[in-house]
Design a protein around this ligand. Structure first.
Ligand code: ADP
Length: 498
C-alpha cells in the first residue's frame, strides 16, 4: 500500500518563505530587486521565490570572494584546521539529512527515498573525503640538470597553491551533490568560491550555504548567487575569476569556453553531456544484468549525464533482455517523490518535459518503436513513462543526441568485435557499462571504449574517491578523487642556485 511520506518540518518551513542569496556573511536581495519562482515539479505549484542574481550581483560576489582570498584566513590557515572545518560540513549534512533530502524532492522531484539514501550521504561523504586532502597537498623536490650551467648546484621544489577565486556553475539533476562535488575540492585547495546553482533547483544549495557558515567556513569563502544563465555567463566572462568549473550541457560548455577565451583565459573544467553505451554480452548473469541495465537509464529519471542511454545487447539474448527491461519499465511506479512506492518522480521542469516528449515525437516520426512507454504520464506535473525504443539508427535524433530523460534505445550486436565502433560512434565519451562473466572480455571492452568511466557488471557507481569526467565532447578534467584537487591548484616551481 502506498503511503505518503511526511515532508520534514524544517524543509516545509524552508520553502515557506522566499530566499535571498549569500554574499560574504550576508543574505542579500539581488541588486535589481528581482526574484524568480521555484516550482514543485510533481505539481507545478509554487514553492517559494529566490533572488534573481545578474552580472551586478556576480561582480559583488567576485569582489567579496577576492577580498576573502587575499585577506585569508582560508588558504593561510593550518591545513588540518581547514580540513576539520570541511569535515564538520560533512557532519552537518548528515545531521540535516532528512531536511536536505526533502528539499531535493520538493525542488527536483526525485523520490525522497533516493535523495535520502544516495544524494545526501554522497554529498556528506564528498566533504569528508576532501577534508583529508587538505594536509596532503604537497609539492616535490627536483634535481635539475641545467646543461648550460655545468658547475652550478641547485635546490628546486614545487608548491601547490590555490588557484584563487573560482566560479562554479551547476545543473539541476543532483542539486546538493553537484554543489558538493564542486565545493569540496575547491575548499580543500583553499580557494574562494562563487557558486551558481541551477535556476530550477536552488533550494538545497541555499540551505547548504547556511550550513557552510555554521561549520565555520569564513564569510566570503563561499558565496551563492542564484539566477539564470545570465548570471552564469557573467561568471564565465568575469576578468577577476581565476577558474570556472561547469557541469551542464555541451552547448553551454562551449559558450563558457568562448567566454573564457575572450576574457582573462580563466582555467576551465567542464563536465558535459553523454550518450553512454551499455554493452550486454550473452554470457552475463541476466538476473542482475537486466535490472542493472534498466537502472542505468531509469535512475534519476534518466536525468544523469552518465545514463546508459544506448543499450547494445548480443543478439543471442537480445529478445530476453529487451523483454526484461521493457517489463521493468512498464511496472515502474511513476509518481510524487513523497509517495513511498514511487520509483520514478517527475522530470524537473516543463521545459524538460517538452524536451523529452519532443524527442519521443521525433523518434516516432522517424520510425522508432516504443516497446515500453513513449509518452507523458497524466496531465499534472512533469511525468514521462520509462521508455524503451527499438528500430533506431545512429542518424536518428533519439540515438544521436542526449535526451536527458528516461529513454533508452536498444540494439542487437553480433559479437565483441562489433562493439568498439558502435559504442564509440558518438561525440561524447563520459561513461559506459559492460556486462559479462568473462573477465578478459570485460577488460578488453573497457579498454576499447573511449569514455572516462567504464562500469563492469554495475552502473552509476559513484564515490568521492573515484575520478569522474569525460573524453571527447563530454568535458575537460576530472571531478572527485585526488585528481579533482588539480583543478583548483597551481604548481609553483622555486629554483635556488646554491
Ligand atoms: P540544462 O539544459 O540541462 O538546464 P544548462 O547547461 O543549460 O543545462 O545549465 C546548467 C547550468 O548552466 C545552470 O546553472 C544554468 O543556469 C547555467 N547556464 C545556462 N546558460 C549559461 C551560460 N550561457 N553561461 C553560463 N552558465 C549558463
Amino acid at each position: 500500500m502506498a503511503t505518503e511520506i511526511q515532508v520534514d518540518a524544517h524543509a516545509r518551513e524552508f520553502v515557506g518563505h522566499d530566499h535571498p542569496m549569500l554574499i560574504g556573511s550576508d543574505w542579500v536581495d539581488a541588486a535589481s530587486g528581482k526574484t524568480f519562482e521555484v516550482l514543485n515539479p510533481a505539481t507545478g505549484e509554487l514553492l517559494c521565490r529566490v533572488a534573481e542574481g545578474s552580472s551586478e550581483d556576480i561582480d559583488r560576489a567576485v569582489k567579496t570572494a577576492r577580498a576573502a582570498f587575499e585577506s585569508g584566513p582560508w588558504h593561510t590557515m593550518k591545513p588540518s584546521e581547514r580540513g576539520r572545518i570541511i569535515h564538520r560540513l560533512g557532519d552537518l549534512i548528515l545531521e540535516h539529512g532528512d531536511e536536505l533530502a526533502a528539499l531535493e524532492t520538493l525542488d527536483n522531484g526525485k523520490p525522497y527515498a533516493v535523495a535520502r539514501a544516495a544524494d545526501v550521504p554522497l554529498a556528506a561523504d564528498l566533504f569528508h573525503y576532501m577534508s583529508g586532502w587538505c594536509t596532503k597537498l604537497n609539492g616535490q623536490t627536483i634535481q635539475p640538470n641545467v646543461p648550460y650551467m655545468p658547475d652550478a648546484q641547485w635546490h628546486a621544489y614545487t608548491t601547490r597553491d590555490p588557484i584563487g577565486v573560482v566560479g562554479q556553475i551547476i545543473p539541476w539533476n543532483f542539486p546538493l551533490l553537484m554543489a558538493a562535488w564542486k565545493l569540496g575540492p575547491a575548499l580543500a585547495a583553499g580557494c574562494t568560491i562563487i557558486l551558481k546553482p541551477a535556476e530550477q533547483t536552488p533550494l538545497s544549495a541555499l540551505r547548504l550555504g547556511e550550513l557552510i557558515l555554521e561549520a565555520g567556513i569564513p564569510p566570503g569563502v563561499v558565496n551563492i548567487v542564484t539566477g539564470f544563465g545570465e548570471a552564469g555567463a557573467a561568471l564565465a566572462a568575469h576578468n577577476d575569476v581565476d577558474k570556472v568549473a561547469f557541469t551542464g550541457s555541451t552547448e553551454v560548455g562551449k559558450l563558457i569556453v568562448g567566454a573564457a577565451g575572450t576574457s582573462n583565459l580563466k582555467k576551465l573544467t567542464l563536465e558535459l553531456g553523454g550518450k553512454s553505451p551499455n554493452v550486454v554480452y550473452a554470457d552475463s548473469d541476466l538476473e542482475t544484468t537486466i535490472p542493472g541495465a534498466a537502472m542505468s537509464i531509469f535512475f534519476n529519471h534518466g536525468q544523469c549525464c552518465a545514463a546508459g542511454s544506448r543499450l547494445f545487447v548480443e543478439h543471442k539474448v537480445y529478445d530476453e533482455v529487451l523483454q526484461g527491461i521493457s517489463d521493468i519499465a512498464k511496472a515502474m511506479k511513476v509518481g510524487n517523490g513523497f509517495d513511498s512506492e514511487t520509483e520514478m518522480g517527475p522530470l524537473v521542469s516543463q521545459e524538460q518535459l517538452d524536451r523529452v516528449t519532443g524527442f519521443l515525437d521525433a523518434g516516432a516520426a522517424e520510425g522508432a518503436c516504443a516497446v515500453a512507454g513513449g509518452k507523458r504520464v497524466g496531465d499534472k506535473g512533469y511525468f514521462v513513462a520509462p521508455t524503451v525504443l527499438t528500430d533506431t539508427n545512429p542518424k536518428m535524433k533519439v540515438e544521436a543526441e542526449e535526451i536527458f530523460g528516461p529513454v533508452v534505445v536498444a540494439k542487437p550486436f553480433k559479437d565483441a568485435a562489433d562493439i568498439p565502433p558502435i559504442a564509440n560512434e558518438t561525440n561524447y565519451g563520459l561513461a559506459a557499462g559492460v556486462w559479462t562473466r568473462d573477465i578478459s572480455k570485460a577488460h578488453a571492452t573497457a579498454r576499447a571504449i573511449r569514455a572516462g568511466t567504464v562500469w563492469v557488471n554495475c552502473y552509476n557507481v559513484f564515490d568521492a574517491a573515484l575520478p569522474f569526467g569525460g573524453y571527447k565532447e563530454s568535458g575537460w578534467g576530472r571531478e572527485m578523487g585526488g585528481e579533482a584537487l588539480n583543478n583548483y591548484l597551481e604548481t609553483k616551481c622555486v629554483v635556488t642556485q646554491l
